[in-house]
Design a protein around this ligand. Structure first.
Ligand SMILES: C[S@@+](CC[C@H](N)C(=O)[O-])C[C@H]1O[C@@H](n2cnc3c(N)ncnc32)[C@H](O)[C@@H]1O
Length: 258
């Protein structure tokens, strides 16, 4: 396991240009823009349903529901997180976000938008089609594991699976982040991989085939950007991020393996 303490753009800068990318979970397209600027992909497929399948009335959520144990908490936290205007249904709000993303990239022929849940469109891509797939959709354990399983076969052996929020904090779509658990589980099911964590407030992960020259090159290139730790792989499952107020209105964080 490698931990690189550097802004995530440094690892993007260290990856080869003009490759095929997918981003799962796009929201407003901010990171899509970062990929376009830093990686100059030949293709960038943006995959997001911009829609929640709610099993309750969004404007009058009940105390609990089969899909969302805490629909009231979910509705208010997701409204705050997405800046949904008062009295606008969350899916209407997501429609406007989807339209703004379509407009944002309308003139970029490298970009294709797939408005769907990622696992439902995985098989529209040939195996090994992508060089890089960046997973940042639903963050609960089951969905992250499913996205890893659906998209790993779609990544070329000379590429990598990347993803956001290799940490266990926050809530999104009614679930504690399950990224660390899903990545750990997934690695036990497949041939050996090298894990890199690009550590910041919401760390990013990269899974490369063991011994991948691509990772070695990227580590050499990005290593100059910040401290690089190499740790025994066995402790990757215990990666936690401790986040605390810094006393000046901000946050500081550090990794912990306790
Ligand atoms: C954290 S945001 C993505 C942020 C974006 N990657 C960025 O860094 O700017 C999560 C997004 O995932 C989407 N999402 C949720 N479930 C998904 C799924 N199963 N497949 C694809 N996208 C999903 C949500 O609609 C939301 O827009």
């Amino acid at each position: 396991m490698h931990i690189l303490f550097a802004p995530r753009e440094r690892i993007l800068d260290a990856l080869p240009r003009h490759r095929r990318w997918a981003e799962i979970g796009v929201f407003r397209g901010e990171f899509s823009q970062t990929i376009l600027e830093h990686c100059e992909p030949s293709e960038l497929h943006l995959i997001d349903p911009w829609h929640f399948d709610l099993d309750f009335d969004y404007f009058a959520p009940p105390p609990s529901s089969p899909l969302f144990p805490d629909p009231r908490g979910w509705a208010s936290s997701i409204a705050a997180w997405t800046s949904a205007p008062d009295r606008m249904h969350i899916n209407e709000h997501f429609d406007t976000i989807a339209q703004s993303v379509a407009q944002r990239f309308a003139n970029d022929r490298r970009v294709t938008i797939h408005r769907a849940m990622a696992h439902l469109v995985a098989d529209t891509f040939a195996d090994e089609y992508f060089d890089f797939v960046y997973i940042d959709g639903a963050h609960d354990y089951a969905n992250v594991l499913r996205d890893l399983q659906c998209y790993a076969p779609k990544v070329s052996p000379s590429g990598a699976l990347l993803g956001d929020d290799y940490c266990e904090m926050g809530t999104f779509a009614n679930a504690e982040y399950g990224v660390v658990g899903a990545v750990t589980h997934y690695r036990r099911l497949i041939p050996p991989t090298d894990l890199i964590v690009i550590a910041d407030l919401f760390s990013m992960f990269g899974l490369f085939p063991a011994g991948s020259p691509l990772l070695q090159d990227a580590l050499r290139a990005a290593g100059a950007a910040g401290p690089l730790l190499e740790l025994p792989d066995a402790i990757a499952a215990n990666y936690h991020q401790v986040i605390s107020p810094d006393g000046k209105g901000g946050l500081y964080w550090f990794p912990s393996f306790a």
